[in-house]
Design a protein around this ligand. Structure first.
Ligand SMILES: [Zn+2]
Length: 286
């Protein structure tokens, strides 16, 4: 089983699609975190949603898809780039047992920030007003891209191994008037998909099961992988923003300053000798 995103196109309809599976990447996002099931599953869905979005919005650079709300899950974010290298984290408080997506988030927003390697940063925001993340994303596409879109997201953090997958069906930007009926037809079939099928079937088998009466062209798959990108050097440079006295105070109380990456849970430990570079006043460096 591989983590991948695969696009497809209908020969006879003005409709495109994508299928994503990211079981191992989901595992790497949630392992070592002790997230409650409801929070972990939301991260899984957000991971798939981000992968589907990344393949849809053509850009070279970085994307962050973030949920913010006043409910128990105050923040969840997935960062990705155009190569589908992703990482994610979440902040929550209180008991989340049995809460639905809408109850977890409360009143909140979905923010999509694209930072291209070359060009201006772009941010799109949509209020989270539907019962599921998938329905909220469909709103985003209608509002920001004026493209009818159907999204199905599946995540199960209780299975061994954990599983996450999703399907996107989208109308092509230029389409004829008879198109609406075709789109409704393709979406009706897409909604019959079962979690077990999308988790385990090969994509050509999955598409045959859904659309055996249609001509569907499947393109080459693109891998999805977990890449954090944190390092001891990056932690050290973030410590540099602390006041020198503050660093000295902490070191007086404990042997080292420990920093835990909130994405991959790696802990970086800095002893006094590692921090000398930050402790030497600039005017004595010569
Ligand atoms: Zn990390």
């Amino acid at each position: 089983m591989t983590d991948q995103l695969q696009r497809f196109l209908f020969d006879d309809f003005e409709i495109r699609g994508e299928i994503a599976q990211a079981h191992t990447t989901f595992e790497e996002c949630v392992s070592n975190h002790d997230y409650p099931v409801e929070v972990a599953n939301t991260i899984g869905e957000l991971l798939i949603a981000t992968s589907l979005l990344t393949a849809t919005l053509k850009f070279k650079g970085k994307i962050a898809v973030q949920i913010q709300g006043d409910g128990p899950l105050s923040m969840a974010v997935i960062n990705a780039n155009q190569n589908l290298e992703v990482r994610g984290t979440a902040r929550y408080q209180g008991d989340t047992t049995g809460l639905s997506f809408a109850e977890l988030i409360g009143k909140g927003n979905l923010m999509i920030t694209i930072t291209p390697d070359n060009g201006e940063r772009y941010q799109g925001i949509v209020a989270l007003e539907k019962d599921t993340l998938a329905a909220c994303l469909e709103d985003y596409f209608v509002q920001s891209e004026q493209l009818a879109t159907k999204i199905s997201l599946f995540a199960d953090s209780t299975s061994t191994p954990v599983q996450a997958a999703g399907l996107l069906i989208q109308t092509l930007p230029a389409h004829s008037e008879s198109h609406e009926e075709d789109f409704a037809h393709v979406c009706a079939l897409a909604s019959t998909i079962k979690a077990e099928e999308i988790y385990t079937l090969q994509n050509d088998d999955l598409l045959f099961r859904l659309y055996h009466q249609e001509k569907v062209r499947l393109f080459e798959a693109q891998p999805i992988s977990f890449v954090c990108g944190c390092s001891k050097e990056r932690c050290l440079s973030s410590l540099a923003s602390l006041d020198e006295e503050e660093i000295k105070d902490i070191l007086e109380e404990q042997d080292s300053i420990d920093m835990r990456c909130e994405y991959c849970a790696t802990t970086y430990s800095f002893k006094e000798q590692d921090l000398q570079i930050l402790l030497t006043p600039a005017n004595q460096k010569h």
